[in-house]
Design a protein around this ligand. Structure first.
Ligand SMILES: Cc1cc2nc3c(=O)[nH]c(=O)nc-3n(C[C@H](O)[C@H](O)[C@H](O)COP(=O)(O)OP(=O)(O)OC[C@H]3O[C@@H](n4cnc5c(N)ncnc54)[C@H](O)[C@@H]3O)c2cc1C
Length: 581
């Protein structure tokens, strides 16, 4: 007997409904920051998260947050230099007004977080400590030991949960955005993960702050909750994803488990070596060496491995041995422990085995610098779920935590402004809500076909093999036909768990549906962009082509097809130039 029946059969006609001014999907740094600034203006906010807020993926960030701080930075540095590094690092696909905002607000946001209670590491003279991250002309990365994300997340959670206007729904899975015939956002459909009960969260504004999508790739530094749900919800509802062909691969994931070895290690002086002991980055980035941006270092590692200078199994070495025991223990304890516990390597004596793995998504829901999506009235996005176009074709390390806070706040303020005048629409969306719930159940109604786990593994391998660090026309076409096939198969897939109590398989199957929608869009956009820029490297078009491709990709999902259009990059002060390091 099937337990996944239609909503009418399983629960009766009445659906639970909760009404808020705004719903924030995601309780990471971006979601909490937005929620706080909406609630501060007196609006009622629901924050919905698959996990307890402080278990959101932001907690995993070790390395730090970039900031230019007046009087506490290199005397030659400036916010303009920081914006320039961000733009050059992003291979000139960055909207320059966004980069300027990020840089000019960076010092202020670190100061705010300190006042809220996050204590950053200090230099002996009491000023906030700083280290280099890749692509920085001057060192700008600030840190709280090697648990920066954790410290910031706890601090912002304390703030957001301290206001009366925020209700938290954790271990709730948001499945769909509800949009009416006027393209106005009306709320979300979400399931209580403890018992699969659906509820319609009615709201005048929705902020998508649902984080990244690393689970699309066979090798990723991300946690299992990063399945790209927010991107897929926005696509299905008719909003564009911007620049989805730009996926970041981090150079140093631990071999073989793919746990991140933070860029902080290279920032503190660790170097990459091949099987001959050579510091091979001298060949690829003679000036910045190991601290070139991530796209360049990842490709260099892969070339070393392909040309036979890697170690058996496919990895290179990250050498910390010259840094000394005390320094490693003080600054890089997590990297040391990860290498010891998950690769059996004592980093004080031997090199850590590393290879690239998927790490970050530069693409995201199309929004402006206030987090507003132009396609749907009342839809906002922030953090990794959004594409403000501040990272362009390649994000610089430690700019993401900064983005979540700067643009999370901008978005929260913009939502509150919007709510001051937005009325409650009167048209009835009950039928749309019911259809959405039934569609969720239908994803798992089959008792035969393929198990969802098999489809997932095939998808992850396809993305890694053909939509990874090196891409070409043939490979991308292979990927598209495989993704099409898998999208067909999910209509007949099954899950083994039939209970209604903590049925994680049910939610994994919904996540798979989301991942397939997103994969289709990424592969299409990658096939269309016939140039190489930042993290998008086409073997058949190895040069950057500003003449034709200095533009953002906009992708829309229309059933089985993807519609693509383009819009210009915003250039304020910095003309594109050759990107050498
Ligand atoms: C290992 C690692 C280390 C990193 N280190 C750094 C660093 O040192 N510096 C830096 O700047 N950046 C770093 N990054 C990147 C950075 O941490 C992330 O980009 C950033 O924290 C994302 O924050 P967010 O608020 O957008 O999303 P997240 O913190 O990922 O939160 C997403 C939220 O959405 C919720 N959610 C998702 N889908 C649903 C759904 N369907 N229903 C309900 N809720 C949902 C989740 O439960 C979660 O609460 C690192 C990334 C990784 C993977």
């Amino acid at each position: 007997m099937l337990i996944f029946e239609t909503r009418e059969n399983s629960r009766g006609p009445a659906l639970d409904k909760a009404t808020y001014d705004a719903v924030v999907v995601g309780a990471g740094l971006a979601g909490l920051m937005s929620a706080y600034y909406i609630a501060k203006e007196g609006f009622k906010v629901a924050v919905i998260s698959k996990v307890f807020p402080t278990r959101s993926h932001s907690a995993a960030a070790e390395g730090g947050i970039a900031a230019y701080i007046e009087g506490n930075s290199d005397p030659n540095d400036s916010p303009d230099y920081m914006a320039y590094d961000t733009i050059k690092g992003g291979d000139y696909l960055v909207d320059q007004d966004a980069a300027e905002l990020l840089a000019y607000k960076s010092g202020e946001i670190v100061d705010l977080l300190e006042r809220w209670g996050a204590l950053f590491n200090r230099q002996p003279d009491g000023r906030i400590a700083v280290r280099y991250f890749g692509g920085q002309t001057y060192p700008r990365t600030r840190f709280v030991g090697d648990k920066t994300g954790m410290a910031l997340l706890h601090t912002v959670y304390e703030r957001a949960s301290g206001t009366d206007n925020v209700d938290f729904y954790y271990e709730w899975f948001t499945w769909d955005l509800v949009v009416d015939s006027d393209r106005r956002v009306r709320g979300v459909v979400a399931f209580d993960m403890r018992n699969m009960t659906p509820t319609f969260f009615e709201a005048r504004a929705v902020v998508m702050a649902s984080g990244g999508m690393g689970m699309l790739y066979k090798h990723s530094t991300n946690s299992y909750i990063n399945t790209g749900d927010g991107y897929a919800m926005a696509l299905r509802a008719g909003a564009a994803l911007k620049d989805p062909e730009f996926v970041q691969f981090h150079p140093t994931a631990l071999y073989p488990s793919d746990i991140l070895i933070s860029e902080a290690a290279r920032g503190e002086g660790a170097v990459l070596r091949n099987n001959k002991g050579e510091r091979f980055m001298a060949r690829y980035a003679p000036k910045k060496l190991d601290l070139a941006p991530r796209d360049i270092v990842s490709r260099s590692i892969m070339i070393e491995i392909k040309e036979g200078r890697g170690f058996p199994g496919g990895y290179v070495g990250l050498d910390l041995t010259h840094l000394g025991e005390e320094y490693i223990k003080e600054r890089l304890a997590l990297a040391y422990e990860a290498a010891l516990n998950f690769a059996g390597v004592d980093a004080m004596k031997e090199m850590i085995p590393v290879r690239p793995a998927q790490h970050y998504f530069m693409g995201g829901i199309d929004v402006d610098i206030k987090g507003r999506n132009p396609d749907l009235i009342g839809l906002f996005a922030a953090g990794e779920a959004a594409c403000v176009s501040v990272h362009g074709a390649n994000r610089l390390g430690s700019n993401s935590l900064l983005e979540t806070l700067v643009f999370g706040r901008e978005t929260g303020i913009a939502v509150a402004e919007y709510l001051k005048t937005a009325s409650w629409p009167s048209s009835d969306v009950a039928k749309d809500v019911e259809r959405s719930v039934d569609q969720a159940y239908s994803v798992v109604k089959s008792e035969s076909g393929r198990h969802f786990g098999e489809i997932l593994e095939e998808l992850r391998s396809t993305m890694w093999d053909y939509v990874g660090i090196f891409r070409n026309d043939g490979g991308l076409r292979n990927a598209l036909s495989k993704i099409d096939q898998l999208r067909g198969e999910i209509n007949k897939m099954y899950v083994t768990d039939k209970s209604k109590v903590y049925n994680t398989e049910f939610f994994n199957a919904l996540e798979l549906k989301n991942m397939l929608d997103l994969a289709l869009v990424i592969a299409h956009a990658a096939l269309n962009r016939t140039e190489s820029r930042g993290a998008h490297y086409r073997e058949d078009y190895p040069q950057r082509n500003d003449q034709e491709w200095m533009k953002h990709t906009l992708t829309y999902l229309r059933g089985k097809t993807v519609e693509i259009s383009y819009k210009p990059v915003k250039v304020t002060r910095w003309k594109p130039e050759e990107r050498v390091y």
